[in-house]
Ligand binder design. Structure first.
Ligand code: ZN
Length: 364
């Protein structure tokens, strides 16, 4: 099942909604409907109006999260980083970039652009509310204007929360950029992640102490995010400047499309690889893996051929591709190996295991 779907595009960037968003939007709308004014619309009659205001507020809130993400993307694009998409999900938004800018100054500005946008939106809304709506009794009595107050305060909270100097918040990136001026990128990431984890633990303890379960929940989100960032940066930097051709297996063991599945099982036991390209007369026909075999009942295996069960849509990389890009491809497609193809001919195979070996060797 697809976990997100596209709703449009801005500045050439596809905007996607994650399915969790469909759950969170009604939840936010409900929270606004049951909260007293000016935090929500409790007591507004008829209920239709109350829920209409609540849904509108939730939608505008997510529109401001989108603006926050677009601000990151805009800065990134100015530094030549390609933005694949922006996905709005449970905790806000995430911009998928091909790579992060590694110049500390650029990363800091890019990270700061998001919270700054939230703070500006927040400040404008609160200014309008404080100067034009609140002093005017005919306006401040009308719940529709409370939307401006809610948007203002929520955006300020969003901006401040994201400026916390802890991964995975934007402030964590600013902090890493600060560290990266005097140490390596990996070390800087580790230091910034350590601050994030420490912060998460403090937050969880505080939450348990005051008996508010939101704090441990957000703390967990921060802790996991910090660890994840640390790990992925480590992997990216370790694989930097390694090309696929440096680490791929060159003597590729292939199988014939006419081989029976039973023979293939035997073949796999002998060769001890879990996946093979399927070749016929020097031409690549597909890939067959252990997963494909598992779909065939044991009784049907003598009669079934490799060509019946193989995957014809082959995922491949050229031999001069970056190893880290190959790893990203393997991870995002959730496959065990990619074929290495130059000008239409198969020159090697690169498995997840090969990449893990390189990571182990290099990080020691
Ligand atoms: Zn952000």
């Amino acid at each position: 099942m697809k976990s997100s779907f596209k709703i449009g595009s801005v500045m050439g960037i596809p905007i996607k909604l994650h399915i969790t968003f469909l759950l969170v939007l009604p939840m936010f709308a409900y929270v606004f409907a049951i909260n007293p004014q000016p935090f929500g619309f409790e007591g507004v009659e008829p209920p239709m109006t109350r829920y209409a205001f609540s849904v509108l507020t939730a939608l505008l809130l997510f529109a401001s999260i989108l603006l926050h993400e677009l601000a990151h993307s805009y800065m990134a694009m100015r530094y030549g980083v390609n933005i694949e998409s922006i996905t709005l999900f449970l905790f806000g938004g995430v911009s998928a970039m091909e790579e992060m800018p590694r110049k500390p100054g650029q990363e800091a500005k890019m990270a700061f652009a998001g919270p700054l946008t939230s703070l500006i939106i927040g400040a404008i809304c609160l200014f309008i509310y404080g100067n034009f709506i609140s002093p005017n009794p005919s306006l401040s009595q009308s719940p529709i204007y409370h939307i401006i107050w809610i948007l203002g305060s929520m955006n300020v909270v969003l901006g401040v929360f994201n400026l916390l100097p802890a991964f995975p918040m934007d402030g964590g990136r600013v902090l890493r950029a600060f560290y990266a001026r005097r140490m390596s990128y990996v070390k800087a990431t580790q230091s910034a992640a350590a601050v994030g984890k420490f912060f998460a633990i403090l937050m969880a303890i505080f939450g348990l102490y005051v008996g508010n379960l939101w704090f441990p929940l957000i703390a967990l989100f921060i802790y996991v995010g910090a660890s994840e960032e640390e790990r992925s940066t480590q992997v990216e930097v370790t694989l930097e400047n390694i090309l696929v051709k440096d680490i791929m297996s060159k003597n590729v063991v292939s199988v014939q499309p006419s081989m029976s599945v039973e023979e293939l099982v035997q073949f796999m036991f002998e060769k001890k690889h879990m996946g093979y390209p399927v070749m016929e007369g020097g031409n690549l026909k597909g890939v067959v893996t252990f997963t494909d075999i598992e779909r065939v009942p044991a009784l049907d295996r003598p009669a079934a051929q490799v060509s019946d069960i193989m995957t014809r849509n082959v995922i491949s990389v050229p031999s001069d591709a970056q190893a880290s890009d190959a790893l990203k491809l393997i991870t995002s497609k959730n496959i065990g190996r990619v074929l290495v193809i130059d000008n239409g001919s198969l020159v090697g195979i690169l498995s997840r295991t090969d990449l893990v070996h390189v990571l182990r060797l290099r990080s020691e």
